[in-house]
Ligand binder design. Structure first.
Ligand code: KG4
Ligand code: ZN
Length: 335
């Protein structure tokens, strides 16, 4: 099956063509305009999607050497995300589906991230414990088969990516903060400072990141600008270690508790170098197989949406033209 996928949930306009599990093209245009504001400005995001969606889709088709008539269907993110941004991609795909009389399917963006990992593997087996860590979501999910999820834990406040982005903002580093902290942390001492790790006794698989961010704020208030500058790499390394340690500990614990032999990570924070290496080492120590996603499929991209859509279309599931955009869509438990 040849599928065109489209992703416009936040600040990336992306289109991809896949042929079964093979990615023929995956074009991503990141909106630079938000950098000066230290975060995504929704109205500017929608307008930028409108400007770029046609050339991006054309480029994806051209690179894949495919025309609309070669396609078997379309997949598009319908939530969660910014409503105006989601509507650009969703309505564009509805137009394509109507014009070509081909099926389309709405894909949950979080599920898309899961399939970004699956897309990176030559072979997968279930059940898998999935750690989903992005700018908006932090969840532990037991995936028992394709499209079958059991939610076993999630964040009660900030997402892991938010801890990186807000931490970077406090440190005056810019947006998005994850890659910036990751880079500086590589030159720092992760044990120089102690930041809190929220383990949450009442549900050991839930997460909380607001305390970590606040502790950085309080810590920085006590430093002079000179001290901050001098120890910036150590602060980044120590902060990153605190953020990543809870992810590693809870993921390993979940795999043991649920008897899953495989662990996978997905979402933007899955690009973090410490999370990748630490979890790999922990999986080796505890005898779990580790599914690592390619960097290209960690942060937002349309190939992952096309891959998830392929699974729905293969199972005979498609959306109808009443499908709306859902900004607060969640990944829910399947029966
Ligand atoms: O999945 P994604 O592209 O968008 C959402 O669905 O939210 O994730 C973006 C998040 C941002 O918070 C960004 O700071 C974080 O992923 N991120 C990283 C790294 N690369 C991206 N966080 C830590 N280390 C990285 N190397
Ligand atoms: Zn995402």
């Amino acid at each position: 099956m040849k599928i065109l996928g489209i992703e416009t949930s936040c600040d990336e306009t992306s289109a991809a063509v896949i042929d079964d599990v093979k990615v023929l093209s995956n074009i991503i245009s990141s909106q630079e305009i938000h950098n000066q504001f230290g975060g995504v400005v929704p109205e500017l995001a929608s307008r930028a999607h409108i400007r770029t969606i046609v050339p991006i889709v054309e480029k994806a088709l051209e690179k894949a050497q495919a025309s609309l008539s070669d396609l078997d269907g379309f997949a598009v993110t319908y939530g969660p995300g910014l409503v105006g941004a989601l509507l650009v991609g969703l309505n564009f795909v509805k137009g394509l589906a109507l014009a070509t009389s081909k099926p389309f399917v709405g894909v949950n963006h979080i599920e898309g991230h899961i399939y970004g990992n699956i897309l990176s593997q030559t072979k997968i087996e279930f059940p898998i414990i999935f750690l989903i860590v992005s700018g908006g979501h932090t969840q532990l999910v037991l995936m028992e088969d394709h499209l079958k999820y059991k939610i076993i834990g999630q964040t009660r406040d900030d997402a892991a990516g938010e801890a990186f982005d807000k931490g970077a903002k406090l440190l005056g580093l810019g947006y998005p903060g994850g890659p910036l902290i990751d880079k500086l942390a590589q030159k720092g001492d992760p044990d120089r400072y102690q930041f809190p790790r929220a383990m949450l006794k009442d549900n050991p698989f839930d997460f909380s990141y607001s305390g970590l961010k606040t502790s950085l704020l309080v810590f920085l208030q006590k430093l002079t600008p000179e001290e901050k500058e001098k120890h910036l790499n150590d602060i980044c390394a120590s902060y990153q270690k605190a953020a990543v340690e809870v992810l590693v500990v809870k993921t390993i614990r979940a795999a043991k508790e649920y008897g899953a032999k495989r662990i996978a990570i997905a979402g933007g924070v899955a690009a973090n170098s410490l999370l990748r290496s630490w979890l790999k080492q922990a999986c080796d120590e505890h005898g779990f197989e580790f599914y690592l996603p390619d960097f290209a499929y960690c942060t937002d991209n349309a190939a992952m949406i096309a891959r998830a859509g392929l699974e729905y279309l293969r199972h005979g599931k498609q959306s109808d033209f009443n499908l709306n955009a859902y900004p607060a869509l969640k990944l829910t438990q399947t029966e």
